[in-house]
Design a protein around this ligand. Structure first.
Ligand code: ATP
Ligand code: MG
Length: 591
């Protein structure tokens, strides 16, 4: 590198990594709670968490936050984290989603404890527990249709009305429930409900449904069942069976916590222990406890599986893994690394109240990671031909350049230098604006890692468009300052004959509006960023991009970070996705 090339802050990669590994995670209210519980021995000194996705869609960045939280807590406090598919609604679920979720969690770098679990593994014990509730007079079979049941439920200001079946004798409830299981009734004809309190101010406690009839095949249990337990009924019991100590969920489940506790307490510690993983162990068995935290929300994005699904189905994006989607599949294809996502989730913190995280923080995290890891290459996005008149035709000189300016261990690359090269159109101005430091007619500029060149002639086509520059080379400037003058600008370039034609997709934020879900916006499609994807077909990259096997992307010098699109680079032509530009507004504002 020459002395006149811009210097980058130097920080050694190894010491960065060491800092990262030794770093103590920032504390938060859940960590405090766990530390208190460990100190008091509340859960027998254990920490057992779980990540419970419903396999009805692809994971998004919000899920990553829950994954990072649950898995890191287990890791940091010497516990375990289970992966449990919360698969109680077969109509919307599928094996495809199960597989992609497992794959995403592994990609993020987490390993669940033991086998993958499914709530559907527990359908039999759940059924037996329902019979126990019936025997105890705490559940009954109800004949109200879903519509009638809604009408009986009351409102926030009015109590509900008791079901006419609330007094059905226990023996009859048992028989009816068994007949439900046997498939004697049609969908919606009966349900099993908890008997709690139709006048409760908490609507979740107004005799909630525990089982519904659904004659539908399940991706794990096939046609074994035609009654399916509800989420609320299943979740707490599954936690108890797996000896979860800290059951973490998002705020909207706060109002469900009384029901979570009611079900477990109604069944009782001993009965649950008998069904649990700890039945043959000396380890103290305790009931799990639910704690809620705020969902991750990021400005300029839309969260939630439902919204993402809508964007896919209405063609706003090209699929679940469109690089503009904040699904893990999309972010991965965009070039996000697992480390950057984990780091972001940690930085975003864990809060009790809803807040919005600035997207520039996420962008900062990926820049920071790629700055350390991505090899540097040159790629010209909008080529303008330059002929270097004093270089011989056919001559190819291999110039050695560092793969990374701050990390010698990444080695060197060879960059072929020839008489004809491309530079970026934006690096030449016939009528330069004030302060323009790059190439102008009669002016000089340094070619990155090579020589200082002077523009002697500007060739134009019939329309007056610049089509070529004729330049001379100061051959005494390779790795040296030019004699007697200063050349400030440094631009990137690629050899015409040796360069590799590639396609480049410039991705940007999908939305123009800070909150596409705001009430004032009737349709989120009205605030799409029209330039969230710009495709460039005429780009030309230095040849080393083709033989540098890199799981992380490249830095295209002066342009940004890019990765090879794995799906669309099948043919001989490579397709690059821009992960992120170079400029970091968050990093500078917050350091
Ligand atoms: P969505 O809101 O996208 O439909 P969900 O909560 O219905 O998500 P699940 O598969 O039920 O999706 O979620 C699995 C876990 O991820 C749950 O514990 C849920 O609370 C958590 N989770 C979902 N979205 C977020 C988010 N934005 N921030 C943090 N955790 C989240
Ligand atoms: Mg859900």
């Amino acid at each position: 590198m020459t002395s006149s090339e811009p210097k980058t802050k130097s920080s050694s990669v190894t010491s960065d990594d060491t800092d990262r590994n030794n770093r103590k995670p920032p504390s938060n209210f859940i960590r405090h709670l766990i530390e208190q519980d460990l100190a008091s021995g509340k859960h027998g000194g254990r920490v057992q968490t779980r990540f419970p996705p419903e396999p009805n869609g692809y994971l998004h960045i919000g899920h990553a936050k829950s994954i990072c939280l649950n898995f890191s807590l287990a890791e940091d406090y010497g516990g375990h984290c289970n992966l449990r598919f919360d698969d109680t609604n077969p109509a919307k679920e599928s094996q495809e989603f199960v597989d992609s979720i497992k794959e995403n969690i592994s990609w993020l770098g987490f390993q669940w404890h033991g086998e993958v679990r499914y709530a559907s593994n527990y359908f039999e014990p759940l059924y037996q527990f329902a019979l126990e509730l019936i025997e105890a007079g705490k559940a009954y079979v109800c004949s109200l249709s879903p519509h009638q049941a809604r009408e009986h439920r009351g409102t926030l200001t009015e109590p509900g009305i008791d079901s006419p079946d609330r007094d059905r004798p226990v023996a009859e409830n048992r028989v009816m429930f068994e007949r439900m299981r046997q498939g004697e009734f049609a969908d919606g004809e009966y349900s099993l409900r908890a008997m709690i309190d139709m006048a409760s101010p908490n609507i979740n406690m107004r005799d909630p449904v525990l089982y519904r009839i659904r004659h539908i095949e399940h991706h794990q249990t096939g046609n074994k069942w035609c009654i399916y337990p509800t989420y609320d009924y299943t979740h707490c019991i599954s936690d108890a069976i797996e000896n979860i100590t800290h059951s973490l969920c998002t705020l909207e489940f706060g109002d469900h916590r009384p029901l979570y506790n009611w079900i477990l307490q109604s069944l009782g510690l001993e009965s649950l222990r008998q069904a649990s993983d700890l039945v043959d162990s000396d380890i103290q068995y305790v009931l799990p406890e639910q704690t809620e935290f705020a969902k991750l929300r990021i400005n300029y994005t839309m969260g939630g599986k439902r919204n993402l699904k809508d964007m896919v189905e209405t063609g706003v994006v090209q699929g679940w893994d469109d690089p503009r989607m904040n699904t893990l599949a999309g972010m991965r294809r965009r070039g996000y690394t697992p480390e950057s996502i984990r780091n972001f989730c940690e930085m975003a913190g864990v809060a009790r109240n809803e807040g919005v995280v600035d997207i520039s923080m996420l962008e900062h995290c990926i820049r920071e990671d790629l700055d350390r890891k991505a090899p540097r290459v040159m790629c010209v996005l909008n080529p303008l031909k330059v002929t270097l008149a004093d270089i011989e035709k056919g001559q190819v000189t291999q110039l050695e350049m560092a793969a990374h300016p701050k990390n010698e261990a990444m080695g060197k690359r060879s960059v072929p230098f020839t008489r004809e090269i491309y530079i970026d159109r934006n690096d030449f101005e016939e009528v330069p604006p004030p302060g323009f430091k790059r190439l102008i007619p009669g002016g000089e500029v340094r070619l990155r890692g090579a020589y200082v060149v002077r523009c002697n002639e500007v060739l134009k086509d019939e329309q007056g468009k610049v089509v070529e520059l004729i330049c001379s080379v100061d051959k005494d400037t390779l790795g040296k300052r030019p004699e007697g003058r200063k050349v400030k600008g440094v631009i990137h370039w690629v050899s015409v004959s040796e360069g590799l034609p590639v396609s480049v997709r410039l991705y940007d934020r999908l939305f123009d509006a800070e909150n596409p879900e705001a009430k004032s916006i009737t349709d989120y499609r009205d605030c799409l960023n029209p330039s969230s994807l710009v495709e460039l077909q005429q780009c030309i990259a230095e040849p080393s991009v083709a033989n540098t096997a890199t799981a992380v992307g490249f830095q295209f010098e002066r342009e940004g970070y890019f990765c090879i699109d794995q799906a669309d680079s099948m043919n001989e032509r490579l397709v690059f996705n821009r992960t992120i530009t170079l400029r970091d507004s968050w990093g500078t504002a917050n350091k």
